[in-house]
Write a protein that binds this ligand. Structure first.
Ligand code: SOE
Length: 401
């Protein structure tokens, strides 16, 4: 069965895939939407069910379950992973909890989908990858949620690289620019607490760029040199969250920011290509500008998530007189995933990458094949994050991954 472009079929006869999810805020809502929507637009070999939602606060988790369509709730993830009416655990919590939940779930024979970055340290990620490898021998699978690679334009970019249209890759330029921390009054949230998030812009959004760059180019990063910067060292505790930022309480109470606000690093890729990466949540005016540009011997590609339904392509084979970047509207049935959605030309949004993630995961589980990005692949990303931190600490000494 083709995952990318196969429409839905009658589902009653399909085996159920009963999902248990931990966490119900931004990512939890997004994943709930994806589990619900995937079987309505794609012909999946299994029938996902929103079975049990877990969260510590009983009334809050019950309200979330009601709103997002979950059948039952738990207030302890340990009880969730032991339930025999759940087949898969979806982890949508901050990074400090990923390893414990994922390892327990895999030991209990549940498939796992875990939000990115895989963990808060290479050590934890290594344990998770080992647990996933052991589980796989028993037909239990784990995947990490790097959703951007399922944006049709980025999947198409990879396809063009694989078709040889770009030739030998020389440069990879990746920027992930947001601005929700620009104001010094934005409150101190878990994303700014290293003990919860592992790192700041580096792991939160730089990790997406690393995954996308390696996925599209097919080239692994082998060494890095980085710098990290924190601009605002203290932020208000409490206050009103608006989206991810907003205004902190004005009563004067402040707490320390323990992560990087900006991460900049250069990389070498296997085979000789070079990369420049930048991740920040202080690029005022840039909302979710996840950009990737690749220059090869035969062509170039450029993508910006703020214009996510298109891909810029420069074909070096065209005569110089008429050559130039042209915009491919990645909205046609010939494009990855898009044929399952709206009539040609109508476009997709942020949430579709998460739905495609569910589609690919369910297809892999049903086929008994390793989903990608596997925990082993996500461990390699974790090693790159760590190498950037080490390099930054040592003031730009090259670090091998
Ligand atoms: C915040 O920077 C954030 O929500 C990330 O945590 C997500 O992974 C990214 O998709 C959007 O921005």
């Amino acid at each position: 069965m083709s995952g990318e472009n196969a429409g839905p079929a009658a589902s009653a006869s399909k085996p159920a895939l009963r999902v248990g999810m931990v966490g119900y805020s931004f990512m939890g809502a997004m994943h709930s939407h994806a589990w619900r929507t995937a079987p309505r637009f794609f012909d999946l070999p299994m029938r996902p069910e929103l079975a049990v939602l877990a969260g510590r606060n009983k009334s809050a988790v019950e309200t979330a379950a009601e709103k997002m369509g979950w059948r039952d709730t738990e207030t302890d993830w340990r009880a969730l992973v032991e339930r025999d009416d759940v087949d898969l655990i979806d982890i949508c919590t901050p990074g400090d909890t990923h390893a414990e939940i994922a390892i327990a779930a895999l030991a209990a024979g549940k498939h796992v989908l875990c939000e990115k970055p895989l963990a808060n340290s290479v050590e934890e990620a290594g344990h998770m990858a080992a647990a996933a490898k052991a589980a796989e021998a028993k037909g239990v699978f784990a995947m990490c949620g790097f959703s951007y690679r399922r944006t049709p334009a980025l999947t198409l970019a990879r396809r063009l690289v694989q078709q040889g249209r770009i030739g030998t890759i020389r440069h990879i330029r990746a920027q992930y620019l947001q601005d929700w921390l620009s104001s010094e009054s934005a409150p101190l949230t878990w994303r700014l607490d290293k003990s919860k998030s592992g790192s700041g812009a580096l792991g939160d959004i730089g990790a997406h760029s690393i995954d996308a760059a390696q996925y599209v180019s097919g080239l692994p990063i082998v060494s890095v040199s980085g710098l990290l910067q924190t601009f605002v060292h203290e932020r208000p505790v409490g206050g009103t969250l608006v989206g991810l930022g907003g205004a902190g309480a004005s009563d004067g109470a402040k707490g320390p920011v323990t992560v990087d606000d900006a991460a900049i690093f250069t990389t070498r890729f296997d085979g000789g290509a070079v990369g420049v990466f930048e991740a920040t949540r202080f690029a005022l005016g840039r909302k979710n500008s996840m950009r990737l540009e690749i220059n090869g011997s035969l062509g170039s590609l450029a993508f910006d998530f703020e214009n996510m339904n298109s891909l810029e392509f420069y074909d070096g084979a065209e005569p110089p007189e008429t050559a130039g970047f042209r915009t491919i509207n990645v909205t046609e049935p010939e494009h990855p995933y898009t044929g399952n959605w709206w009539p040609a030309g109508h476009g997709l949004g942020y949430e579709h990458g998460f739905t495609h993630q569910v589609v690919d995961l369910v297809n892999a589980i049903s086929a008994g094949s390793t989903p990608s990005p596997s925990f082993a692949e996500a461990l390699q990303v974790q090693k790159i994050l760590h190498a950037v931190e080490q390099s930054a600490e040592a003031e730009s000494v090259w670090q091998h991954v």
